[in-house]
Design a protein around this ligand. Structure first.
Ligand code: GAL
Length: 830
């Protein structure tokens, strides 16, 4: 039976390469011991140059073969090596692979030695002058080098299932009958198409296909109906089949209930099972029409963000758990229904997690703006073919990007990429991301990076202004980004504008019935080349920082979800943070039924969703427009009506300044002086008393989010009295399995009420003990009151580890300890 043996441990690495190293007897004492995923160079957080990872390096590994493989087929498989890998096995050249973002493998069955160790040598070229995508001009992201995904041996019978591609035809007419909130949608009348490729001698063999449920909620009553063992007994090297599920109701893959099935192909020789290939897939109908995107017949407005696959210090080299963690953040923290893997295919672990969690994925061929020469294009076709063949079973992928991101029209080139895509996968639409409107449309969907919103202009352009063909679907694949870079440590006004720009675009897209949705730029900040970003090699375009700590803009997305109560205030309520002490717009980011506001424990106002100016959004932020409530009317000797007018004038002054009062507010001021005999000082005093809150007792503001009649979340903003550390760890049980494991540790400095202190900048000191080690520096500064680190499991160092985080705040020492458990389950790996 087929077996996967991971080869991620005990590699030797050197940041240079010589022909000598290819020889099996090369003495590799000068090489470093490394494990995969590996980066050719650990980087600084910022202010580093791409030259640190541009090199030709050498990876070597030896392993002993098991005698039982003698009669088998053994393939040497690389999930990802950036960017050009030349592979030698026992001194012999196997071949070259020139894409850093797709997998590749070689059959080494006939080359394996059984009496002495076998040697794999990889010459890895991570220079950016390679004539392959995305290189050739500038690129707005670092491209890092390394064997940064898994390497394994696949051992199987020489007769085996080489490939199986499964896609489904789900009749929309049935699916459309589903009600909006039917979370377990089912459909009758579906077809399953399978393309199966077999290899090796098929003499005397039988092939069977079967179907079984893999995941997702399925009501008990219908649990087993779907199992369909069909002995087809067909013996052919390649077969295409269409299985009829007309009579069986299948549970559909949907964002709320991502039900998956497994299609199992088995090969028997004389009734003995010799190979089995299991393909996970989902029954679903994902289609674009002129008026939008439809999942299982229901119109779904796509709301997503773009994701790069990079991390601080290690670039691309992070194991499965970190890939899965990003998917979890997308689903649970950002409440998105879509993601674009800009600008290349990303880890199978990430896409698998999207399949399981119900996140729709836009995956595109590698590239950035530049189209190269014929050689380059040949490689681009190859990259596209590999992308589609390697990822086409994922139910989460709903569209292929078959253009080089933001490149110019090239009809001959793009005719072919569209053709390749439709031939290899007739089930999915093609898109191609552009930076300009009305370009030649060879794809099924016009996909545009709409950067038209500049803070003053509308959130998006109309479909009719974007696409040359109104009959085809249209979606927005990027917005914001460079239009408003925002650091977590920027001033409050900037952070608020950043968040509101994301809201404005989402609101505008929500209001356009014929825009399929929008995928914003981008999920988190990323390292980039000198030509982009803030000069420190970071594009601060994320709604999260590089450690995936949320900026305020993350709340613009989080609040669109309904599962968890979201309540965030855009302001620290410190007026001195604003020019002229003018508060400006203060927003409540919430999905609650209402929010009650109190000042010094006195009720001021209750805010409702209908108060938002963003009417088209599922949940729009609400402006806080009253800091006084009834208190002025109760405490000052004004008539009720006049107190109301004074309250209004003071609130306006607080939000927009004395120079921006309306005529009626100015008249109120005049009346205060003329009829109430108030001096300018009296008016200033009253302003200080109700708005400025200077002197005397410190002011506190409290906000309560009400959901289903209960207080579901509370925010308190008052003078900072204490500083604490809030640590969020992705997981504390590390698994040494395919390779090492990594946990993400997010660090935030908060006040006594859990509010992040954005201008706290002291460093935290980190210490690792036991079976863990820290990735990156041991001292990390707070940026915007937030920081992060990663801890990595160490093999054979015991089963526990401890991370200690020390911080000094105002003369006080704060110490947090996190205990980790390390489980080793590495049996079977080489
Ligand atoms: C787009 C590009 C992205 C990123 C973004 C920044 O033009 O496709 O990769 O550079 O701009 O806003």
């Amino acid at each position: 039976m087929r077996k996967k043996l991971y080869l991620n441990n005990e590699w030797k690495f050197k940041n240079e390469f010589s022909e000598e190293m290819i020889k099996p007897d090369y003495q590799d004492t000068a090489l470093l011991n490394v494990r995969l995923p590996h980066t050719v160079a650990e980087t600084a957080f910022n202010y580093f140059d791409d030259s640190v990872y541009q090199m030709v390096s050498c990876y070597r590994k030896t392993f002993r073969a098991d005698h039982i493989w003698k009669e088998k087929r053994v393939a040497l498989h690389f999930e990802g090596a950036a960017h050009e890998a030349t592979i030698y096995f026992n001194g012999e050249l196997l071949g070259k692979h020139s894409c850093g973002y797709t997998a590749f493998e070689f059959d080494i069955s006939d080359k394996i030695k059984y009496d002495s160790p076998n040697t794999i040598v990889v010459r890895l070229d991570s220079r950016e002058n390679l004539n392959v995508p995305p290189f050739g001009f500038v690129v707005d992201y670092m491209t890092y080098g390394g064997i940064y995904r898994d390497v394994y041996l696949e051992v199987s019978d020489k007769t085996y299932v080489k490939d199986a591609f499964v896609y489904t035809e789900v009749p929309e007419v049935f699916a459309a009958d589903l009600s909006e909130d039917e979370v377990v949608p089912r459909a009758i009348g579906s077809f399953l198409h399978a393309r199966i490729k077999l290899d090796g001698s098929l003499e005397g063999c039988t092939v069977t296909e079967s179907l079984r449920r893999a995941s997702g909620v399925v009501p008990d009553t219908v649990k087993d109906e779907y199992i369909n063992e069909s002995e087809l007994n067909r013996v052919a090297a390649e077969k295409r089949m269409k299985l009829d599920y007309h009579t069986l109701p299948v549970v559909l893959w949907d964002i709320k209930n991502p039900a998956q099935y497994e299609f199992v192909v088995r090969v028997y020789r004389s009734d003995v099972l010799i190979d089995e290939k299991v393909v996970k897939f989902g029954f679903r109908n994902a289609s674009f029409k002129s008026d939008g995107f439809f999942l299982n017949g229901r119109k779904l407005k796509l709301r997503g963000l773009n994701r790069h696959q990079s991390y601080p210090y290690v670039g691309y080299a992070m194991p499965a758990s970190m890939q899965i963690e990003d998917a979890r953040i997308i689903k649970e923290e950002l409440c998105l229904n879509a993601v674009r893997t800009s600008h290349y295919p990303q880890s199978q672990d990430f896409i698998d997690a999207c399949d399981r969690m119900g996140i729709l994925v836009f995956t595109e061929m590698p590239g950035w703006q530049h189209i190269g020469d014929e050689e380059w294009k040949k490689q681009a076709f190859e990259n596209e073919r590999e992308m589609i063949k390697q990822y086409r079973n994922h139910p989460s992928i709903f569209i292929w990007g078959v253009r080089i991101n933001e490149s110019a029209d090239d009809d001959e080139f793009y005719d072919k990429t569209n053709h390749i895509s439709h031939e290899l996968d007739p089930s999915r639409a093609t898109g191609g991301v552009r930076a300009a409107t009305k370009m030649n449309l060879l794809e099924d969907v016009y996909t545009l990076n709409d950067f038209s919103h500049n803070g003053k202009t509308p959130g998006c352009i109309k479909k009719s202004k974007a696409t040359p063909d109104m009959n085809k679907a249209y979606m927005v694949t990027e917005y914001n980004g460079h239009m408003y870079p925002t650091k977590a440590f920027d001033c409050e006004d900037t952070r608020v504008e950043h968040a509101i720009r994301h809201i404005r675009v989402m609101d505008a897209i929500a209001g356009e019935n014929d825009i399929a949705g929008g995928i914003g730029w981008c999920m988190f900040d990323y390292n980039t080349h000198k030509d982009f970003g803030s000069g420190d090699r970071i594009c601060y375009h994320g709604v999260m920082d590089m450690f995936r700590n949320p900026k305020l803009a993350a709340m613009s997305y989080a609040m669109q979800g309904d599962d968890k109560t979201v309540l965030e205030l855009s302001s620290s309520m410190d007026i001195g943070e604003h020019p002229e002490c003018i508060r400006g717009d203060i927003w409540l980011f919430t999905n609650a039924d209402s929010v009650k506001m109190y000042k010094n424990d006195v009720f001021i106002k209750e805010y409702y969703p209908k108060n938002t100016p963003f009417k088209k959004l599922h949940h729009g932020p609400i402006l806080v427009d009253d800091f006084i409530g009834e208190s002025l009317a109760e405490n000052e000797k004004f008539s009720k009506g006049f107190a109301k007018r004074v309250t209004k004038a003071l609130n306006t002054a607080a939000r927009y300044g004395m120079n921006n009062l309306s005529l009626s507010d100015k008249i109120t001021g005049f009346e205060m002086m003329a009829f109430h005999r108030m001096s300018v000082k009296d008016i200033v005093d009253i302003y200080q008393k109700y708005i400025g809150d200077w002197g005397g007792k410190a002011t506190s503001f409290k906000f309560e989010a009400i959901r289903n009649g209960e207080v579901a979340a509370t925010i308190i903003k008052e003078t900072v009295k204490g500083v604490d550390l809030e640590i969020t760890v992705s997981h504390t049980e590390l698994m040494e399995n395919r390779s090492y494991d990594v946990a993400a540790v997010r660090i935030r400095v908060v006040d006594q009420n859990g509010n992040v202190l954005p201008f706290f900048a002291e460093p935290a000191k980190l210490k690792a003990e036991g079976a863990i080690e820290i990735i990156g520096p041991r001292t990390v500064p707070m940026r915007g009151g937030m920081a992060g680190t990663y801890v990595k499991s160490k093999r054979h160092h015991g089963s526990t580890g401890k991370l200690t985080i020390n911080l000094r705040a105002g003369g006080e020492k704060i110490k947090k300890e996190i205990d980790f458990k390390i489980n080793e389950r590495i049996s079977g790996n080489v």
